[in-house]
Write a protein that binds this ligand. Structure first.
Ligand SMILES: NC(=O)c1ccc[n+]([C@@H]2O[C@H](COP(=O)([O-])OP(=O)(O)OC[C@H]3O[C@@H](n4cnc5c(N)ncnc54)[C@H](O)[C@@H]3O)[C@@H](O)[C@H]2O)c1
Length: 379
């Protein structure tokens, strides 16, 4: 991703349609198309006027208020879905993705992919049956800082990864409300961010427990990964609105890496010796000194545009590469979403103060929120 091609410079562009003309897509998804090999053919929103406005603004020749009509007429190769929640807290995009797959289109969707493990399994079946893939925009694992973090912790110099800590401000409702998807909407919406980072960096969670604080809804989870590494997820509800949201630290063997505020990356490399009581300078030689990256915010560059450093353009380019090459995405996959939903269901079904193996087979597994579409697409 060193060199970015502008949309009009691509020789081949994917015919795409878009479902959803809301706030987030306006700010972050349609504008990312400036740098992606897409040909936006149509926009659909339940509010037909908004769909028409977005179509005009973002260069699509047609607009619709009914996605089935759009899929039928346009026959897009891929569909971007950025919608919201039903009144009972389900994810609108889950069923829309099924409709797109059945119309023969690959799907890129915003998180959350779904509201339960069962729904992800259903999407996996539909995706396999259609021979089309579904990718979720897990932007956190596409940020330049996180991509480099993954490279660093995978390198032999870092040593075996031993532990991780992830901080993200998010409140968790009281235990008795956790099977109510409306009460859990904020949690579902946001667990995808730290959940994606944990899964991407550390792999499967095998052991899980947490403490919960009722005034703010903050929680601290203790995690054991299949790899043997350990970690914490600090959902720091109660933080100020002015505070940076995130901090990620991964520790290896005599080395660690920290991402602060999504953009500041520091790699504390192994090998420096600072003998206790006798070292007069902390300024170690260049071979062992920490490496630090952060963007400058002076030039009109792409790297200091949030579309890039928050991962939006990179995630869309990954999807486009997959469509053009006919190879499934390797990031933002339904398996990634499955791991996040397992974590979500663990918070739903495990009371604070206990430690369980995951996947957690609770006798109180949350019921499916609503019937899934049957083979004919009806619910
Ligand atoms: N990754 C991120 O940084 C990020 C940030 C904000 C929001 N999001 C996600 O983006 C999504 C949208 O959030 P938002 O705040 O823009 O919501 P929004 O309510 O502003 O927009 C959703 C739009 O979808 C339309 N819609 C719903 N069902 C439809 C259907 N069947 N056919 C056509 N249009 C339909 C609605 O009319 C609405 O215009 C959510 O999933 C949210 O979690 C992601």
């Amino acid at each position: 991703m060193e060199h970015i091609t502008y949309q009009f410079e691509y020789d081949e562009r994917i015919p795409v349609a878009f479902i959803g003309a809301g706030g987030h897509s306006y700010r972050n998804v349609y504008p990312s198309f400036q740098y992606a090999p897409v040909d936006l053919r149509a926009v659909c929103d339940l509010d037909g006027e908004r769909a028409a406005t977005y179509a005009r603004l973002f260069g699509a020749p047609r607009s619709y208020a009914d996605h089935r009509e759009m899929l039928e007429r346009e026959r897009p190769t891929a569909v971007f879905v950025v919608t919201s929640y039903t009144e009972d807290g389900r994810v609108q995009a889950t069923d829309l993705a099924v409709d797109c797959l059945r119309a023969g289109a690959h799907v890129w969707m915003e998180k959350p992919t779904a509201a339960s493990v069962a729904e992800i399994h259903h999407l996996q079946k539909e995706s396999a049956a259609a021979g089309r893939f579904v990718m979720t925009g897990l932007k956190k694992i596409f940020t330049p800082a996180m991509e480099r973090t993954k490279d660093i912790i995978s390198s032999p110099d870092f040593g075996e990864v031993s532990s991780v800590s992830v901080r993200y401000p998010q409140n968790l409702p009281a235990y008795e409300k956790r099977r109510d998807l409306v009460a859990m909407r904020g949690f579902l919406d946001h667990i995808y961010h730290p959940g994606a980072v944990l899964h991407h960096l550390m792999g499967q969670v095998r052991g899980f427990g947490y403490q919960w604080e009722p005034a703010s809804g903050a929680s601290t989870a203790s995690l054991r990964f299949a790899s043997g590494a350990i970690g914490t997820l600090h959902l720091a509800a109660g933080s100020a609105a002015t505070s940076p949201l995130e901090r990620v630290e991964v520790v290896g063997q005599d080395a660690n890496v920290v991402v602060d505020n999504s953009v500041r990356l520091t790699y504390y490399r192994r090998g420096a010796r600072l003998g206790y009581g006798r070292s007069s300078s902390y300024v170690v030689d260049e071979d062992h000194a920490p490496l630090h990256w952060e963007p400058e915010f002076s030039l009109g560059q792409l790297y200091n545009k949030n579309l890039f450093y928050l991962g939006y353009v990179p995630e869309i380019l990954h999807f486009c590469d997959s469509v053009l090459s006919g190879t499934p995405p390797t990031k933002g996959t339904l398996d990634d979403s499955l791991a996040i939903m397992r974590l979500f269901e663990a918070y739903q079904t495990v009371p604070a103060g206990t430690f369980v193996d995951l996947p957690h087979e609770s006798p109180l597994q949350p019921p499916l929120p609503l019937p899934l579409p049957n083979e004919n697409g009806a619910t």
